[in-house]
Ligand binder design. Structure first.
Ligand code: A3P
Length: 296
């Protein structure tokens, strides 16, 4: 299993045409053969698009009332297991998911759509995809790679920038990831595609849309509580949601809940990088129906 030592940062390698590390492929047989249940909900994202945010929203919608103890004693990454993770210091995600006592099971993945285990499709599971604009996604990923010892070494920002454009990131190209999941919405109705920027703009509106997809109707009061709990500052100060219990993250380098903003890319991109990015973006993102906002 993947080691969590500074000296042994994992390397990317080609896995079925996608850049991956052994930290997310070591348990592949189990992942591939994972037995989904019809009421499982898969939360899928490219890394750093707001996975934890939406996981927490879903967890509160389903289980906020059940047990206050769950909210104060079980970290979000155990309530919502990370399907493909295979890091020596935490239980393999697929096994955690197998053992989840609750129903529905909320399961997180970063897999590109073509690698999602077949059983989720066979069982016609609901899926929630969260996408974030590429510029902010790249910046967030960069800081995450700096502080996460089981991620490849990020190197200098300028080379990181280029590798992001080239799709040489864990889970491959952002462009392919968001684009192929988007395409899937046209043929798989049980997929709800959300945008980080929309949630930032109006959390309650996005929770309403999510609820109508899930067939839930929380009271106005519950919704208000959820909106408050999932606010960036509250999640950052909450030990169960700020991932401070994950021992392969180095919080001295960067926090996990870092800024939580739309538009932080402006403090990182040079003018030349922004021009190069926009030019390249146009050539890669041909579908006019998939639109991102880089500011709100
Ligand atoms: P930044 O690095 O830009 O701050 P993931 O959960 O997919 O790893 O994504 C992490 C990113 O989502 C981080 O972005 C984190 O701060 C942001 N995030 C998490 N919770 C948030 C919230 N409640 N409001 C806004 N952003 C949030």
């Amino acid at each position: 299993h993947c080691k969590s030592k500074m000296s042994s940062r994992p390397q990317l390698y080609d896995f079925h045409g996608v850049a991956m590390t052994h930290c997310v492929t070591d348990n592949w047989e189990k992942v591939k053969n994972f037995q989904a249940r019809p009421d499982d909900i898969l939360i899928a994202t490219y890394p750093k698009a707001g996975t934890t945010w939406v996981s927490y929203i879903l967890d509160l919608l389903y289980f906020g009332h059940l047990s206050p103890e769950r909210q104060t004693s079980i970290p979000i990454f155990e309530r919502v297991p990370f399907l493909e993770i295979a890091v020596s210091t935490v239980a393999p995600g697929a096994e955690l998911a197998d053992r989840l006592p609750t129903s529905p099971r909320l399961i997180k993945t970063h897999l590109p759509v073509q690698l999602v285990p077949q059983s989720f499709w066979d069982q016609n599971c609901r899926m929630v995809y969260v996408a974030r604009n590429a510029k902010d996604n790249m910046v967030s990923f960069y800081h995450f790679d700096r502080m996460n010892m089981v991620q490849p070494e990020p190197g200098e920002w300028s080379s990181y920038f280029q590798r992001f454009l080239d799709g040489q990131m864990l889970y491959g190209s952002w462009y392919d990831h968001v684009g192929n999941w988007w395409k899937k919405t046209k043929t798989y109705p049980k997929l709800h595609y959300m945008f980080y920027e929309d949630i930032a703009e109006d959390t309650e509106r996005e929770i309403d849309k999510l609820c109508s997809f899930l067939g839930l109707s929380p009271s106005a009061e519950d919704k208000k509580t959820i909106v408050e709990l999932v606010h960036f500052d509250n999640m950052k100060n909450n030990e169960m949601t700020n991932c401070s219990k994950l021992n392969f993250l180095d919080f001295k380098i960067s926090p996990f809940l870092r800024k939580g903003k739309v538009g932080d890319w402006k403090t990182h991109f040079t003018v030349a990088q922004n021009e190069a990015f926009d030019e390249d973006y146009k050539s890669k993102m041909k579908d006019p129906t998939l639109r991102f906002r880089t500011e709100i």
